[in-house]
Design a protein around this ligand. Structure first.
Ligand SMILES: Nc1ncnc2c1ncn2[C@@H]1O[C@H](COP(=O)(O)OP(=O)(O)OP(=O)(O)O)[C@@H](O)[C@H]1O
Length: 259
């Protein structure tokens, strides 16, 4: 049976799309048939992170009634399948969220795991993405405003009968985090299932249109996301140690090169 998992946050800009994109690639590398649906039709950032912008048929076209969802499925990095949100002002005026339901039925038939990137907030479009799933991953940064919005999202998801798998703490910084993991778990009453560090490489990878788990699989961020993917499907994951020797040899090469 297909698992439908929504990744939601409540607050915008906490890294939900980054985590959805990389998690989708991670799950696909474990051999799962994964479709990532960018339901964030107002932002449409997922395709940028996966280097897939400019596709001719998108969720916008499907929700506008101008295309079938089968034509909006594209092969992405690591074999993950992606339905890009697309973006057009005209499309935004025409879209009807109730068309999402029939599109979802088709996507569910074509995947082991359907991962949905929900829009931030709790507007109609976010609620549609939350209600579509049986399971949810909450993403928050370790700051109070985003934890508070995650809590509101959790309460709504509970009311909709969605099973909360856990919370991913993103952009953790050892020296700046003032709430501990157990305090966050107490506030949200949800287990923390991954802690993703603050990592400049995340934005750099997005700028190059390559997910970090592909661009730099040895980074702590990639290891944390690969581990999360493995935990979700009961796989074993052996973290990849950063190649220290490689870094030193590169440094030496660089110094020799300067002579
Ligand atoms: N762990 C991280 N370390 C550093 N930067 C990060 C990290 N995670 C995300 N970012 C950066 O934060 C910004 C917001 O990330 P992202 O678009 O994934 O957030 P979002 O919650 O999906 O936002 P929106 O609500 O706008 O859809 C991006 O520039 C991204 O590169």
């Amino acid at each position: 049976m297909t698992r439908v998992i929504t990744v939601a946050s409540g607050k915008g800009g906490v890294g939900k799309t980054t985590i959805t994109a990389n998690l989708g690639v991670a799950l696909a590398t474990y051999g799962e048939e994964v479709i990532v649906l960018d339901a964030d039709v107002a932002m449409a950032n997922l395709e940028l992170i996966l280097g897939m912008e400019g596709k001719s048929v998108t969720l916008h076209d499907v929700l506008s009634g101008d295309a079938d969802v089968e034509d909006a499925i594209y092969e992405g990095p690591g074999g993950v399948k992606v339905v890009p949100a697309g973006i057009s002002l005209e499309g935004l005026r025409k879209i009807k969220m109730d068309r999402l339901e029939s599109a979802l039925e088709i996507l569910i038939e074509s995947a082991d795991i359907l991962l949905i990137d929900a829009p931030a907030g709790l507007e109609k479009d976010a609620l549609a993405a939350i209600a579509a799933a049986q399971e949810m991953i909450l993403v928050t940064t370790p700051e109070v405003p985003s934890i508070s919005d995650a809590l509101k999202t959790k309460i709504i998801a509970n009311r909709l009968g969605v099973d909360i798998l856990g919370v991913v703490i993103n952009r953790e910084q050892h020296d700046k985090t003032f709430l501990t993991i157990s305090e966050i778990e107490t506030i949200l009453e949800v287990p923390v299932i991954a802690v993703i560090p603050e990592d400049n490489e995340v934005s750099r990878a997005a700028a190059f249109g390559e997910p970090l788990v592909v661009k730099n699989p040895k980074s702590p961020t990639s290891n944390a996301i690969m581990q999360l993917g493995a935990d979700l499907i009961g796989e074993e994951y052996q973290p990849i140690e950063p190649d220290k020797k490689g870094v030193i040899s590169k440094l030496v090469e660089g110094l020799l090169g300067r002579r």
